[in-house]
Design a protein around this ligand. Structure first.
Ligand SMILES: C[C@](O)(CO)[C@H](O)COP(=O)(O)OP(=O)(O)OC[C@H]1O[C@@H](n2ccc(N)nc2=O)[C@H](O)[C@@H]1O
Ligand SMILES: Nc1ncnc2c1ncn2[C@@H]1O[C@H](COP(=O)(O)OP(=O)(O)OP(=O)(O)O)[C@@H](O)[C@H]1O
Length: 284
């Protein structure tokens, strides 16, 4: 069966730059992808169905409105075709964890159905269908490093990224995105100034250290174990930077390469979900 990968989105920094009249927040964020991914298999069928498996499949079994099905129905309605496909989602990313799992799955569904239904819409038109379904879906469509602005729908080129390693760690507590935005206090942070390229991971970490994730303080208030995860990451050999991704609770450590991230992963306390490797589509 043709399969689409749905890699985790990691926000290397996230500045909340303002707030729209409808309550949505304006962001400036650098999103990268990897090293963990869900997978969505798609086959022709007479109706629309979704089966779940993988370590976090059970966590979504009671979800009445999986984002994959919502994306499929939205695409079918937008182009006026019947929504028909048999899909199997292998859920390896923790749910409600700040690494855009649901958005990556929805994006994988849009890419896979564009192919299965022979629509040939491509990224631009798919992004229009995607935007109302979730702020993170447009960036997940390409799954390429990108600078996100607006409420997530404005995608600008990312600086050229060096070889580096990422270690993702989640303490097993689901954190709903709206609650974290609601708990945020204080004003806004201006957009970052980024270079055109980072020659190495250490230089990238130095620049990122001057930036922040504005959702980290409110997320720690709601879920204090995030502070323990960050402290554990910072204590690992070779960790160049540790920060929370998105609205949490997943945090990432930045390393010189995939091998350094993978060896450090073995030193973390057991019981926390972790995945280590290089950037999706990048050098290891
Ligand atoms: C924090 C990020 O993960 C950064 O990549 C995303 O902006 C969140 O993306 P997402 O999970 O796809 O978010 P959505 O499903 O669109 O929105 C969930 C809720 O988060 C809040 N929200 C989300 C995105 C945004 N730019 N401003 C917001 O205030 C809103 O309360 C919204 O109702
Ligand atoms: N395929 C899916 N995978 C995960 N969550 C889904 C899915 N479909 C629907 N949902 C719902 O969406 C909510 C948010 O899930 P998701 O895992 O995308 O959050 P997140 O990782 O915090 O995302 P983000 O980083 O975009 O804020 C879940 O609590 C769940 O109820």
């Amino acid at each position: 069966m043709p399969t689409e990968l749905a890699p985790a989105k990691v926000n290397l920094y996230l500045h909340v730059t303002g707030r729209r009249a409808d309550g949505y927040h304006l962001l400036d964020s650098l999103a990268v992808f990897g090293p963990a991914a869900d997978a969505l298999a798609l086959a022709p069928a007479d109706d629309l169905s979704l089966a779940l498996d993988g370590p976090f499949g059970a966590a979504l079994a009671a979800e009445p409105d999986n984002l994959v099905l919502r994306a499929a129905r939205a695409l079918a309605a937008a182009v006026g075709v019947p929504a028909r496909a048999a899909m199997v989602l292998t859920k390896r990313l923790p749910v409600a964890s700040g690494i855009g799992g649901g958005s990556a799955d929805a994006a994988a569904a849009l890419r896979g159905l564009d192919r299965l239904w022979g629509l040939g819409l491509g990224e631009g038109r798919l992004a229009e269908v995607a935007a109302p379904l979730g702020a993170d879906i447009p960036v997940c469509l390409a799954s390429r490093p990108a600078r996100m602005q607006g409420v997530g729908e404005v995608l600008l080129p990312a600086p050229a990224l060096p070889r580096c390693g990422l270690l993702l760690v989640n303490p097993g507590v689901a954190l709903p995105t709206p609650a974290v935005f609601k708990a945020r206090q204080g004003g806004f942070t201006p957009p970052a100034e980024l270079p055109a390229a980072w020659p190495d991971a250490a230089g990238m970490a130095r620049d990122l250290a001057g930036l922040r994730n504005d959702l980290e303080p409110p997320a720690i208030t709601l879920c204090p174990v995030i502070a323990e995860v960050l402290a554990a990451l910072r204590a690992l050999p070779g960790c160049l930077l540790a920060r929370m991704s998105g609205s949490g609770a997943t945090c990432f450590g930045l390393f010189a390469d995939a091998a350094a991230a993978q060896s450090a992963a073995r030193l973390l306390p057991s019981g926390w979900w972790r995945e280590a490797g290089g950037l999706y589509g990048g050098a290891a």
